[in-house]
Design a protein around this ligand. Structure first.
Ligand code: AMP
Ligand code: ZN
Length: 123
């Protein structure tokens, strides 16, 4: 595999903080879990409610969302909606930063769920 550019960002599953959380090797406040997906509280919340939805499989970026099967992709969307509902959110924002230039800092696909008052841009 060609070495990825710094601009694109890169992490191996062994070093990836979200893979560590999925494996239970790093702490996190887990708020929802389903087969293949986990939702946690963001460590540096930028809104009254700031959750992250993470596929257990290491996919670097939304650009590579095609690595999920059709049924996994559908279940991921359902899981995002379920996580927001379980958090008591009826109205909320969903965000995904795609690539370092767009503000992605953790190179393992994740959705931001932002509810209530937003205090800043997730980074
Ligand atoms: P992004 O800019 O989309 O890559 O966002 C990464 C998000 O992950 C940021 O909002 C961080 O605050 C959050 N984050 C980083 N490390 C952790 C962690 N160990 N537990 C929970 N959230 C984290
Ligand atoms: Zn990972």
């Amino acid at each position: 595999m060609a070495a990825p550019s710094a601009r694109r960002g890169f992490s191996l599953p062994e070093d990836c903080i979200f893979c560590k959380i999925v494996r239970g090797d790093a702490p996190a406040n887990i708020v929802n879990r389903a087969e293949g997906f986990v939702a946690i509280e963001d460590i540096a919340p930028k809104a009254d409610v700031h959750l992250l939805v993470i596929p257990e499989r290491h996919i670097e970026t939304f650009r590579d969302v095609g690595e999920l099967s059709e049924s996994e992709a559908k279940r991921m969307l359902d899981f995002v909606a379920e996580t927001a509902r379980k958090a008591g959110l009826d109205e909320y924002r969903l965000m995904i930063f795609v690539g370092a230039g767009a503000g992605q800092t953790v190179f393992h696909l994740h959705w931001h769920i932002l509810g209530g008052v937003i205090h800043g841009m997730p980074r």
